[in-house]
Design a protein around this ligand. Structure first.
Ligand SMILES: Nc1nc2c(c(=O)[nH]1)N(C=O)[C@@H](CNc1ccc(C(=O)N[C@@H](CCC(=O)O)C(=O)O)cc1)CN2
Ligand SMILES: Nc1ncnc2c1ncn2[C@@H]1O[C@H](COP(=O)(O)OP(=O)(O)OP(=O)(O)O)[C@@H](O)[C@H]1O
Length: 196
């Protein structure tokens, strides 16, 4: 198989996984598991109080981290992603509970104003994850590029936030994929380094 064919196969494989896992995510979303998931997230984030924390404003059936973000905003800066353009890393603008928000691309809200800050800890949205810390998003490569750029400058922690139903046995791996350091779901914390 030549390189072009291999890449096409991989992206078709990822598209197929996105479709089935998104269906499972929608089902989990209707069961209102967000509060429990956010409670586990907050418990984990307390250890990082005072660091610059990136969250996200949920779209579609993504797990809602806002309860944990509101609590953390009282302890340190919280930022959310802003798309600069295709093929570019995300930048992060300061968010606080109740701040003015405007529509960003793909339906995620972004703060209307505020400082752009580099996060040290990132709560990362995802479509699918596996226990080795692999992550699959919507396919834009935004978080891969962003984590690669941040990690080239300093250590950052990436925490995948999801419903347990978004776990896959093994996700396909690409050289540009950036691993998650931890995954938090409504069932608790998964540590890929523990080799579970
Ligand atoms: N809440 C949230 N904010 C985020 C992200 C995210 O995944 N979730 N992003 C993370 O990168 C960036 C936005 N990137 C996105 C890229 C593509 C699509 C999207 O829906 N794309 C296709 C569908 C692809 C598919 O489901 O197969 C579409 O436009 O229909 C959404 C967000 C920044 N902010
Ligand atoms: N650091 C990088 N430099 C160049 N291309 C990259 C980089 N990271 C990812 N890509 C490319 O971006 C494309 C999408 O990657 P991938 O399918 O892993 O996205 P994703 O993780 O699902 O999406 P997202 O991170 O936006 O949620 C792939 O073609 C990949 O090769």
């Amino acid at each position: 198989m030549d390189e072009q064919t291999a890449l096409r196969d991989l992206s078709e494989q990822k598209a197929a996984i996105r479709k089935v896992v998104c269906a499972r995510r929608r089902e989990a979303h209707q069961q209102r598991l967000d509060a429990m998931a956010a409670a586990h997230l907050l418990e984990m984030l307390r250890a990082h109080a005072g660091k610059i924390l990136a969250g996200y404003m949920p779209i579609r059936s993504e797990t809602d981290p806002r309860a944990a973000l509101r609590a953390m905003a009282a302890r340190g800066p919280v930022v959310v992603p802003v798309i600069q353009g295709d093929g570019l890393p995300l930048i992060f603008r300061q968010w606080s509970p109740g701040c003015e928000m405007i529509d960003g691309p793909f339906g995620a809200l972004v703060p209307a104003e505020g400082d752009f800050l580099e996060p040290q800890v990132l709560v990362v949205p995802l479509v699918a994850f596996d226990r080795r810390g692999n992550r699959l998003g919507y396919g834009g490569g935004f978080y891969d590029r962003t984590l690669a750029a941040l990690r080239s400058r300093k250590p950052v922690k990436a925490i995948g936030f999801a419903y347990a139903a978004q776990e896959e046995e093994t996700l396909p791996e690409e050289p540009t994929d950036q691993k998650l350091d931890l995954i938090v779901t409504e069932e608790g914390v998964i540590d890929p380094a523990a080799g579970a």
